[in-house]
Ligand binder design. Structure first.
Ligand code: PRP
Ligand code: MN
Ligand code: MG
Length: 183
């Protein structure tokens, strides 16, 4: 059914798996925020798919806002210094905020972002991520909702890119190492 082609070596999670896991996460979120829907904050661009699916899965009315961030320096994120390219429209003082992400890799982006939003006086800041690479974490991040823990491989699809490609792939797939010059 799926045509992987030469550049993708495996499907890690199918569209169906992602959607049904997301439904389970939504049920948890509904219980935790009962009567008090959080502001959903998506991190552009990777989070667009999980935001669209999670927001529609949730059985409450939730507002959405977006941030775009980038780490200083072109190639590596190791500094953990993050720059805001597009800030929230909303004032989050006193609000419950749920950050929605596609993946936590080193954790540097999210640990910075969580602290940043907390410093604005949010009532609470929690993180929801579709994917996490536990073995790649460089900093501890308190994550409230995780879809799947995955191995340290280059994954694309469902919002995740390689050089801006593959974001609209419906499944999460492993990029063949020859594409990015891996082993
Ligand atoms: C990716 C991903 C996360 C972040 C995770 O975004 O979408 O936001 O990296 O990495 P970390 O845990 O090591 O900080 P990227 O910076 O590639 O931007 P994008 O979402 O526009 O692809
Ligand atoms: Mn991202
Ligand atoms: Mg990216």
């Amino acid at each position: 059914s799926h045509q992987l082609g030469d550049n993708l070596s495996a499907i890690l999670h199918t569209e169906d798996e992602l959607r049904s896991r997301l439904a389970e996460m939504a049920r948890e979120i509904e219980v935790d925020y009962a009567g008090n829907p959080p502001l959903l904050v998506g991190v552009l661009k990777g989070a667009v798919m999980v935001m669209a699916d999670l927001a529609r899965e949730l059985r409450f009315h939730a507002q959405m806002d977006w941030m775009a961030v980038s780490s200083y320096g072109a190639s590596t994120k190791s500094s953990g210094v993050v720059r805001i390219l597009k800030d929230l429209d909303a004032d989050i003082t006193g609000r419950d905020v749920l950050i929605v992400e596609d993946i936590i890799d080193s954790g540097l982006t999210l640990s910075w972002l969580k602290e940043n939003l907390e410093s604005r006086g949010a009532k609470s800041v929690r993180i929801c991520t579709m994917l996490r690479k536990p073995e790649a974490l460089k900093v501890e991040v308190d994550v409230a909702y995780v879809g799947f823990d995955i191995p340290v491989e280059f994954v694309v699809g469902y919002g995740l890119d390689f050089a801006e490609d593959y974001r609209n792939l419906r499944d999460v797939a492993v990029l063949a190492p020859h594409v990015y010059g891996g082993e």
